[in-house]
Design a binder for this molecule. Structure first.
Ligand code: NDP
Length: 444
């Protein structure tokens, strides 16, 4: 009871990282603009040749009615595709074998337990999908041809799902890591439960974030490639570079999935619109959008340029992976693992849990983590640039994800700094004086 009360207090603080007016404004704006934006992006990519100006002129001429007309209604085919995919992924999550992995200790002292079967689920998904196409059982072009209806169904279905999460958080939370901020909009937007589950084993955030969201990114990347092949009889090198880089990134994600369960998305952000709707709708639509654009723009880069972009992109993905790996190895070995061949420099930081217990954490201040406090966001953003640049510069829209990611990660770095400052106090101050830059060494 005491822990739950302290949790609710920490929830209230969490919402007010920015000023209250700014927080309300941004939450309401995001809730109301993200769903129509997904439809506009898809419509512009698929029906307006990726040109924002064309869509703008269409809307100027036809007004709100024109916008309602382009919004596809969810059809039976769309619901069937989503249901088959979701059930398949849920079954893999539940039944494929995997090592038992423990997540970090939560603010109220719980330790979530997971089954690490992400790589197997990823391989089974892609092999099944490509085999269905290869053996003529299901053609992925059907997914591309019904993409607007699928996004429409996802938008509404995921909103209903977030209402379910809100009600579950109130009436049947899965653990003590749950609480209300006392504000219905924030509870819906940020979520109430940190680790919601269905039964003992089905973790909802692993499903929404990893097995539905991230997996759909890989499935759609392959879909776009196949669509271009079926339309043109070949795949342009720009599409190949884009697909290979995205797949390398997603393979890295599943390889490191158990590490992801230690990050902010899972260990700090609750299951609400922000995380769950984001992963169920925003990831399959916005994150995949450079590939969506390339389907109808088969640019030929030539081998030299294509290979250079590919190598640069893979290097960025590797550095991003190595940053995450370095931090996690450092924590896992209690600061004993060598960092860049030397003993790591570190800060032993103590903090008080919401239960009033004093605990310590180690903060790494050398290696990638000595360059800046969130250096890993630099290669993450650069990788997104490299899988988009094969689209060249005729239109801005394929770069939307790159711009969005840059804003998201700069905001995230601030949110994380604020959270760590209030968690570690003077120890975080010492870290900031040792590593003064937030993201870009020497600049910011
Ligand atoms: P991190 O994995 O960077 O986790 C941040 C946490 O790490 C902090 O809250 C703190 O947690 C701990 N920490 C901070 N500094 C140190 C340090 N010096 N030494 C040890 N521990 C430290 O956060 P993210 O979840 O943002 O990033 C994880 C990965 O996901 C990255 O690769 C990122 O690029 C990627 N990402 C991708 C996004 C996308 O949309 N494509 C969006 C967000 C992330 P504690 O309380 O445990 O001390």
């Amino acid at each position: 009871m005491v822990a739950a009360k302290a949790e609710a207090e920490s929830m209230k603080k969490k919402e007010l990282v920015h000023s209250p007016i700014l927080t309300y404004f941004s939450v309401i704006t995001l809730l109301s603009t993200c769903p129509p934006f997904v439809i506009l992006l898809w419509y512009t990519m698929v029906h307006q040749d990726g040109s924002i100006l064309n869509t703008f002129n269409y809307l100027k001429e036809h007004g709100v009615e024109g916008f309602v007309n382009i919004w596809p209604r969810p059809t039976a085919v769309a619901w069937k595709i989503i249901a088959c995919y979701a059930l398949f992924e849920a079954a893999l999550q539940l039944w494929l074998p995997g090592k038992r992995v423990e997540g970090p200790i939560s603010p109220t002292g719980n330790k979530p337990v997971y089954k690490a079967n992400g790589v197997l689920a990823y391989v089974v998904t892609l092999v099944t999908y490509i085999s269905l196409w290869w053996f003529g059982i299901f053609n992925p072009t059907v997914v591309y041809d019904h993409l607007g209806e699928i996004y429409s169904a996802l938008i509404f279905g995921s909103l209903v799902f977030c209402v379910f999460l809100y009600i579950k958080g109130h009436v049947a939370p899965s653990s003590t890591d749950s609480g209300s901020s006392g504000n219905i909009i924030f509870d819906f937007y940020w979520g109430m439960e940190l680790y919601p589950r269905i039964g003992k084993n089905f973790d909802i955030k692993v499903f929404t974030n990893c097995r539905f969201g991230m997996m759909s990114w890989a499935v759609l990347a392959v879909t776009y490639c196949i669509k271009q092949y079926e339309t043109n009889g070949k795949v342009a090198d720009s599409m190949l570079v884009n697909t290979v880089l995205m797949l390398v990134y997603i393979t890295k994600f599943f390889w490191w999935e158990a590490g992801y369960w230690n990050t902010m998305d899972i260990a700090h952000d609750r299951a609400g619109f922000y995380i769950c709707w984001g992963c169920l709708v925003w990831v399959p639509s916005i994150y995949t959008s450079p590939g969506m654009y390339l389907v109808n723009h088969p640019v030929n880069l030539g081998p030299q340029l294509a290979i250079s972009i590919l190598i640069a992109g893979i290097l960025c993905i590797y550095i991003n992976y190595d940053c995450d790996r370095q931090r996690q190895e450092f924590r896992r070995t209690s600061g004993k693992a060598l960092v860049w061949g030397k003993a790591p420099s570190k800060i032993v930081a103590s903090y008080t849990t919401t239960k009033g217990e004093t605990k310590t954490s180690l903060l790494l201040t050398s290696g990638w983590w000595g360059l800046s406090r969130h250096f890993h966001y630099v290669p993450e953003i650069m990788a997104a640039f490299f899988w988009t640049v094969p689209a060249l510069f005729d239109n801005f829209l394929p770069y939307f994800y790159f711009v969005f990611l840059t804003i998201l990660l700069f905001d995230r770095a601030k949110r994380d700094d604020d959270r760590c400052r209030s968690k570690y106090g003077k120890y975080w101050k010492t870290y900031c004086s040792k590593v003064p830059y937030r993201i870009i060494p020497g600049i910011y």
